[in-house]
Design a protein around this ligand. Structure first.
Ligand code: AMP
Ligand code: GLY
Length: 425
């Protein structure tokens, strides 16, 4: 199988790595890929992995590349091209695509659309008001009371949400958005559950947890995600079944009934509140950095799985199978992330870090001559597996300790509470 992977982040690096483990995958092109993908070695004889530069906003160029390469499958990684509709012209060209259409990607592209789908399908979520003026926003903010949850309706790379007890900060964030959602505050631990779907059949992955705040103890600003782990030893036994039945399947069914079937990865971000499971958000693609933690534990060959989803054949697919181990991914971010990440700092120590089942996935890196340098906010995701979370944590943090980037930041408490058994429902 020949697979074209669109995107250049840590999630795409992890996807390429996992696709390469599938014996059926012979050729992978990553476009534009990143310096980490560019130096990947094949996982089996005769396999090739190369990067090709392409402007992913230029849909004609991406279709031309897919045709020229003879791709059997195109995997679109990031949300921006999906929301912009890249999957549509690829499908029109007769190519199997893993990733939703432009219309279905609205589940992530517009929070108001997602709320409407959930209301129709009776999917449990926080109550919310959609506001278009500062006056409406102020009214909604005062109706709920603190802590205030203010969400930009549009895509904002994980930085569109402000959760604060400071009324002025809430009002200020609302004023900066064209359309804003003011939402009820949801307490309780968060879970990310990903499902592979062809628009009808839903195959849930195992749950993961992401750490959105910049600093230890969930302090500091929201980010795209500073680390993740899986599985969740504290999760109730039937959690995946419950979320599939109450959230994933009804959402997929509703999108199909609307004439906009969702094929690809549906990401449910959930809060396990005292009153039950609530959806915080949907995303239309693999989550970052949960993917970097999840994929090293997936035993099911990824190429075959994504191809089955892309061609509407998931009903015949086996349930997913997982290694019985634990996995932890720790993000190493650039100095001054998320406000104004510094670019051009030299990155050293990756080779020393990649021992003991550790993989370093590149996200914001670039080559400057022979030097690998920082080129984005979240620079690397250091992912390790182990027999349990303690061992996976030890390995991940030993590896993070090998990596040297001036002024870099990382959290030291990824998966710590879970490993210590301190998360309760
Ligand atoms: P989102 O981009 O919607 O996932 O929001 C980013 C983060 O903000 C989430 O992972 C939560 O930690 C937090 N958040 C979002 N909505 C709520 C809510 N209604 N109640 C509490 N926290 C929230
Ligand atoms: N892990 C958060 C995201 O991918 O949006």
């Amino acid at each position: 199988m020949k697979v074209l992977v669109i995107g250049s982040g840590g999630r795409e690096h992890a996807l390429v790595w996992a696709l390469a483990q599938d014996p059926e995958v012979e050729e992978i092109v990553a476009a534009p890929g990143n310096p980490g993908i560019a130096v990947m070695r094949p996982a089996h004889d005769g396999q090739t992995i190369v990067c090709r530069s392409v402007d992913i906003a230029d849909h004609d160029a991406v279709v031309a590349l897919a045709v020229e390469f003879g791709a059997d499958l195109v995997v679109v990684g990031p949300e921006a091209p999906l929301v912009a509709g890249l999957a549509d012209p690829l499908r029109e060209a007769g190519i199997a695509v893993f990733g939703p259409s432009k219309d279905a990607a609205q589940i992530e592209g517009s929070k108001a659309f997602a709320k409407d789908v959930m209301a129709t399908a009776s999917v449990p979520t926080g109550r919310a008001y959609v506001c278009t003026t500062p006056e409406q926003a102020a009214e909604a903010i005062d109706a709920f009371g603190p802590p205030y949850v203010v969400k930009d309706d549009a895509l904002a790379a994980g930085k569109g949400v402000v959760v604060t007890s400071d009324r002025d900060e809430a009002l200020e964030h609302a004023a900066g958005c064209e359309q804003v959602l003011i939402e009820e505050y949801l307490d309780g631990p968060e879970v990310s559950l990903f499902a592979i779907t062809d628009g009808t059949t839903v195959l849930p992955m195992q749950p993961a947890q992401d750490f959105k705040r910049l600093a230890d103890n969930d302090e500091g600003p929201n980010t795209g995600g500073m680390g993740a782990y899986t599985p969740l030893p504290w999760a109730p036994e039937k959690l995946v079944e419950e979320i599939t039945e109450k959230v994933l399947q009804p959402t997929i069914d509703e999108l199909r009934h609307r004439g906009t079937p969702f094929s690809g990865l549906l990401y449910a971000g959930l809060a396990l509140t005292s009153r039950g499971v609530r959806v915080i958000e949907f995303n239309c693609r693999f989550g970052d950095p949960e993917t970097q933690a999840l994929l090293p534990l997936l035993k099911t060959p990824l190429g075959g799985l994504l191809y089955a989803a892309a061609t509407g054949k998931l009903a015949d697919h086996e349930p997913l199978s997982w290694k019985s181990a634990a996995s932890v991914a720790v993000v190493v971010a650039a100095k001054k992330y998320p406000a104004s990440p510094r670019k051009g700092d030299v990155i050293a120590g990756i080779e020393q870090a990649e021992v003991n089942d550790v993989r370093v996935f590149h996200a914001g890196t670039a080559l400057d001559g022979d030097d690998l340098v920082t080129a984005g906010g979240r620079v690397l995701a250091v992912s390790a597996t182990g027999k349990d979370l303690d061992e996976a944590r030890q390995r991940a943090y030993a590896a993070v300790g090998q990596i040297r980037i001036k002024g870099s930041q990382h959290r030291t408490d990824i998966a710590l509470k879970a490993a210590r058994g301190e998360i309760t429902l």
